[in-house]
Each structure stands twice: as structure tokens, then as C-alpha cells.
Design a protein around this ligand. Structure first.
Ligand code: MTE
Ligand code: MO
Length: 320
């Protein structure tokens, strides 16, 4: 997303030479690698277009949540072709073309650190007996666009309680898979892989924070972070880490991928805040994907009534 650019500038204009791969070449080689073909000479055209995700298995028994917004939903097409998932390239349409290589099943999540239930859990076991809800949330990207997305998931707090964190657990760290065999973007040093994120324990326990396993009533498409990803609607999109393979409880504040890569631009908290400018652009407005007129960005992405008490007494300009 950002080291480079507001989204209206082509990545090719700014990305460092050593990192930059001709996009056409990158997509072709990567798609070929992902598909297990040798060479795919001449078929660039076929694979250069964004592809909405194929429809997946329908999730059963999903209840509607009162915590959903009633705003107009973005389409399946928008949500599955306009993505940030740097493990599959830095262009918005790259994940839709390249994430096919991700194998979301079987999937294990390692629970580690300050808790009683350290183990590697099969995703099916995590989901067994777990009630699923549809949560329609706004997602505000740091790049000044937003969407309204009907996730299917469950409160992160449900899962945390089952892990039985110790009294020393003050933070939760999340880690994404970093398998260069499945994720061609991991071969480029755009971030220090694996992608990691973190929340303070009280943020993680907040009822709005969910682990999502579905979208539009179906299992999560690969480009949206299959098979399980975090969604924290009052924070910039990059906190909502995809394809989680590890959850670790820590006493100290964990390092996060974006903070490590550009600390003056991305702090630990990353709460949506229209009053706190990014060093290179204002955060006061946003464009809803599919609309032309800009909207004002709301404090905590419009979730201030629910979450502002988490930050009482904190200077949000310093703790950005
Ligand atoms: N592992 C991983 N998680 C990630 C990202 C990423 O590049 N890698 N991008 C983040 C950013 S910047 C945003 S805006 C959201 C986008 O989620 P979506 O593509 O499902 O809308 O995912 C976040 N989670
Ligand atoms: Mo983002």
C-alpha cells in the first residue's frame, strides 16, 4: 500500500528499482508458477484482468448481527478484485489473479506464548461448535478508500477465552503464512515477511473485533485472507491481518510489519483518525469504492461510541 504511494500513483513510478518487477512480467511469471505451468508466453492478456473470486462453500447457520452497519454493501466483484494482500503482489488486482495458489485447507493455527492452551489447532476444531455471525463492517484503508463488507465470523474474544491467557498476557500478536511456494509476493522484499500484527488485550477482547472465515455467506476467498483473518473495523485496514497461522500472547507490545517498515508513518495503534494526517497525505476524507464523491472519514471509522473508552487518557496524536 503505502510506502509507495497514495493509490492514484502507479507503483511502477515510485517503487525502488531493486524491488520493482515489471508488472506484466511479474503477473505472468507468478501466475505460471502458481498454476504449475512452465512458461506462459503470449498469454499475458488472459491473465492480466482482475478476476472475481469463484464462489465457495456456503456457511450454515449464520446469524445476522445487530452490530452490522446498514449501509449499502460493496459487491462481490469489488471486494474480491480490489485487494491489498502483498504476499500476492502490490497492485490491487494482483491478489485476485495470484491468490489461486493458496491452499486454505488443511489449515492449522499455532497458539503460543502467555496462555494455558498452547497447541497447534486444526481450523475445523476451532470452528466446531462455534456460532457464526454475519458482521457488515466498513473497512477504511490507510490509502483513503473504503468499502462495506459482509463478513462471516465470530468474536475474537470467544477464541481468546478458549486459549486461557495468563495474567502476563497484555497483547496478542498475529502472524500470516509466508510460504514463497504459494505466495509469489513473498519472493520480493517489499515487507519483512512474515506479515505480523498486534492488538492490546482489551482491544482484542472488544466485541467488535472478529475472526472472519467467510464473506457474503460463503467461505472466505483466498484474496480476502482465507481461511481465517482478523477484522478490526475501527482501525486502518492493514491491522486486519489475513491467512493467520499463529496467535501469540505476549507481555510486551509486539512488533508489526508496517511499523517495522515505516515507523514514522505507521504506529502500533493505527486507529482511523481524520485529525491525524499521514506524513504524506491527509486522512480527513475517503472514497467509497464504487462512488465518485468523497466522504468525510469518521473518528474510529464511525465506531467511536463503541470503542473510544479503550483510549481514555491517551494522546491519539502520539499513539497513532
Ligand atoms: N497478510 C496480509 N494481511 C493484510 C494485508 C497484506 O498485505 N497482507 N493488507 C492489509 C490491508 S492494507 C488492507 S486494506 C486489508 C484489505 O482487506 P481486503 O482485501 O479483504 O479488503 O487487508 C490487510 N491485511
Ligand atoms: Mo489498507
Amino acid at each position: 500500500m503505502l510506502i509507495k504511494r497514495p493509490s492514484d500513483i502507479r507503483s511502477s513510478e515510485i517503487t525502488e528499482k531493486k524491488v520493482y518487477l515489471n508488472r506484466r512480467e511479474f503477473v505472468a511469471t507468478a501466475a505460471a508458477a502458481a498454476a504449475g505451468f512452465g512458461v506462459l508466453a503470449g498469454s499475458n492478456q488472459l491473465i492480466e484482468a482482475a478476476q472475481p473470486a469463484p464462489h465457495g462453500r456456503k456457511l450454515e447457520g449464520v446469524k445476522k448481527s445487530p452490530l452490522s452497519t446498514t449501509e449499502k454493501l460493496n459487491s462481490w466483484q469489488d471486494i474480491t478484485t480490489y485487494n491489498n494482500y502483498y504476499e500476492f503482489g502490490t497492485d490491487k488486482d494482483s491478489p485476485s489473479m495470484l491468490a489461486k495458489g493458496l491452499k486454505p485447507s488443511p489449515w492449522n493455527v499455532l497458539v503460543d506464548g502467555e496462555c494455558a492452551k498452547k497447541a497447534s489447532y486444526h481450523l475445523e476444531d476451532i470452528l466446531k461448535g462455534q456460532a457464526l455471525e454475519e458482521r457488515i463492517y466498513r473497512l477504511r484503508c490507510v490509502e483513503r478508500w473504503s468499502m462495506v463488507i459482509p463478513w462471516v465470523g465470530f468474536p475474537l474474544s470467544d477464541f481468546i477465552k478458549r486459549c486461557e491467557p495468563t495474567s502476563k498476557a497484555k497483547f496478542v500478536e498475529f502472524t500470516t503464512l509466508a510460504d514463497a511456494g504459494q505466495m509469489v509476493g513473498v519472493r520480493s522484499p517489499v515487507l519483512d515477511w512474515p506479515y505480523t500484527e498486534g492488538l492490546r488485550m482489551d482491544e482484542a477482547m472488544h466485541p467488535l473485533a472478529i475472526l472472519a472465515v467467510g464473506l457474503y455467506g460463503e467461505v472466505l476467498p483466498n484474496q480476502n485472507g482465507a481461511p481465517i483473518r482478523l477484522v478490526v473495523p475501527w482501525k486502518y485496514g492493514f491491522k486486519s491481518i489475513k491467512s493467520i497461522v499463529k496467535i501469540r500472547f505476549t507481555e510486551r507490545q509486539p512488533e508489526t510489519a508496517w511499523n517495522k517498515s515505516a515507523p514514522q508513518e505507521y504506529g502500533f495503534y493505527s486507529n482511523v483518525n481524520p485529525q491525524k494526517d499521514h506524513p504524506r497525505w491527509s486522512q480527513s476524507v475517503e472514497r467509497r469504492i464504487g462512488e465518485f464523491i468523497q466522504r468525510r472519514t469518521l473518528l474510529f471509522n464511525g465506531y467511536a461510541d463503541q470503542v473510544s473508552s479503550l483510549y481514555t487518557g491517551m494522546d491519539l496524536n502520539k499513539n497513532y
